[in-house]
Design a protein around this ligand. Structure first.
Ligand code: AG3
Length: 288
């Protein structure tokens, strides 16, 4: 049986997977229109707060975005220990920049977002996500294709964060071997690449492909996990690639760095950080 043609009015139905859908009730609609690149919708849900979807797929919610953003920023930044420059690919809602900029040692953040409309609409309709990040003088916002930028740019970064959509539509190029190769070339010595890699229970092939590419490029290639309620289907995987030894950082060192950073978190702790790299066998098998 195929999914019904029409879904109940007043719900956002996410059809990212062949055999699974997720619906969120819309208690108030703020915006729903096509940008130059994709369909963008911002609405209110009583449990998740304001929600932003791209082509129907939940990207960010006010209530649970802290999990995703804290884990893609504090894990690589604190594992590295001396991050000055960060590159964010995607991240138009500003949540990633918000968490990166909490690190006082970070001098410069370059954010490359393909869709300027996402930045504009999130700044006006979801200001709590960026929380002022776009006004920080350390942030350099570039509206451009992330894959082109990675090819053409010559700067080096201590951490590169790929905050992409899923590998359908505009985000697809951000999951290719050539993109990962260009990203590696933009890492400073000891630099770390982290990526959004989907929910492995439902998107196993995506993780397998990225990890195959990472293994060919990096001395240390793996993924780590966190469960984000609005990314349905179980834990989400984050790709991790580096030539350095940042993954071997011990708990005491992380605790010391985290204490000095004086950052308040709702998900990240040094203990959660180390535990996130423990992979259940169903995920370990997918990464090969
Ligand atoms: N971008 C990642 C959304 C991935 C959703 N995928 C899924 N549910 N499988 C989030 C952007 C937040 N800055």
């Amino acid at each position: 049986m195929t999914a019904p043609e029409t879904w109940p009015e007043g719900w956002n139905v996410e059809r990212l997977h062949a055999d699974h859908a997720q619906a969120l009730r819309i208690s108030h609609e703020f915006y729903d229109s096509a940008t130059e690149h994709q369909r963008l919708r911002v609405f209110e849900n009583p449990t998740f707060g304001r929600v932003m979807t791209l082509d129907g797929v939940v990207q960010v919610t006010e209530a649970d975005n802290f999990i995703y953003h804290e884990m893609l920023t504090h894990v690589p930044i604190l594992a590295h220990g001396a991050v000055g420059r960060v590159l964010i690919i995607g991240g138009g809602d500003g949540g990633m920049a918000r968490e990166v900029l909490k690190h006082r040692g970070v001098e410069q953040v370059t954010m490359v977002e393909i869709d300027g409309a996402v930045v504009d609409f999130c700044t006006s309709h979801l200001p709590a996500i960026s929380a002022g990040a776009f006004d920080d003088p350390r942030l350099d916002l570039v509206i451009a294709d992330g894959a082109d930028f990675m090819k053409q740019n010559a700067d080096c970064y201590d951490v590169i964060i790929v905050d992409s959509t899923d590998p359908v539509g505009p985000g697809e190029v951000l999951f290719t071997d050539s993109f990962y190769g260009h990203a590696k070339a933009r890492l400073a010595p000891g630099g770390i690449l982290v990526t959004q890699n989907g929910v492995p229970f439902l998107q196993g092939a995506e993780l397998t492909n990225t990890m195959r590419a990472f293994r060919a490029l990096f001395a240390d290639a793996t993924c780590y996990l966190a469960s984000v309620p609005s990314y349905a289907g179980g834990a989400m995987a984050f790709g991790w690639g580096t030539q350095g030894a940042a993954r071997r950082v011990d708990l005491a060192t992380l605790q010391d760095r985290f204490a000095r950073a004086e950052i308040a978190t709702d998900y990240y702790t040094p203990e959660v950080h180390l535990a996130a790299f423990a992979l259940p066998p169903y995920v370990a098998r997918l990464i090969g």
